[in-house]
Write a protein that binds this ligand. Structure first.
Ligand SMILES: [Mg+2]
Ligand SMILES: [Zn+2]
Length: 180
């Protein structure tokens, strides 16, 4: 796929990161997230979510709850004109289910997306609020955006630090689009 693709983390990037909470009443979009994704959609970007959800391995929620929660978020995005190509979820935790290939910053979910969508990851953008999100994109030599919402300390060096998703479009206007 020769399209403009953005790999998005979910919690702390699109919605508030409330750690292991999977009740739909706790689903809340971060400031700037909807507007930012709408603007990027208009600019021709498509989105893939890659999210670590170790809460399932740890017994905080079931696979069904994790799916229902994510489906509800996708529905709310869709109603606002934002389409997510696919959500990849790592449900493992190293201390409970052992090491896996998919827990970010491991590249398993991106490798699956490469296979599913025939994309070149180095031409994609990677956006997230933790070291693992930035390290994920960096290993593919891609441009990375850190959503610095103050919740986690980040040691990695992203290409850009932003406060919310609404800032990405403007940066791309100056710097050039993804996919080229
Ligand atoms: Mg996050
Ligand atoms: Zn995993």
């Amino acid at each position: 796929m020769k399209e403009k693709i953005i790999f998005l983390d979910r919690d702390g990037t699109i919605i508030y990161d409330k750690e292991y909470v999977h009740k739909i009443e706790d689903l809340e979009f971060l400031p700037g997230a909807i507007e930012g994704l709408q603007k990027l959609s208009k600019d021709g970007y498509k989105f893939i979510i890659v999210t670590n959800q170790a809460g399932m391995a740890r017994g905080y929620f079931s696979h069904a709850q994790a799916s229902a929660f994510n489906d509800e978020m996708l529905l709310r995005l869709h109603r606002r004109g934002i389409t997510i190509l696919k959500t990849y979820m790592c449900l493992h935790h190293p201390k409970v289910s052992g090491d896996c290939a998919c827990r970010k910053p491991n590249p398993g979910m991106v490798h699956q997306a490469i296979e599913d969508f025939k994309l070149d990851p180095s031409l994609c953008l990677f956006v997230g609020d933790k070291d693992c999100d930035i390290d994920l994109g960096a290993q593919f030599q891609a441009r990375t955006f850190l959503v610095d919402n103050g919740q986690y300390e980040v040691k990695s060096t992203p290409s850009h630090r932003i406060k919310h998703l609404g800032e990405i479009s403007e940066i791309l206007e100056k710097e050039g689009p993804a996919g080229t």
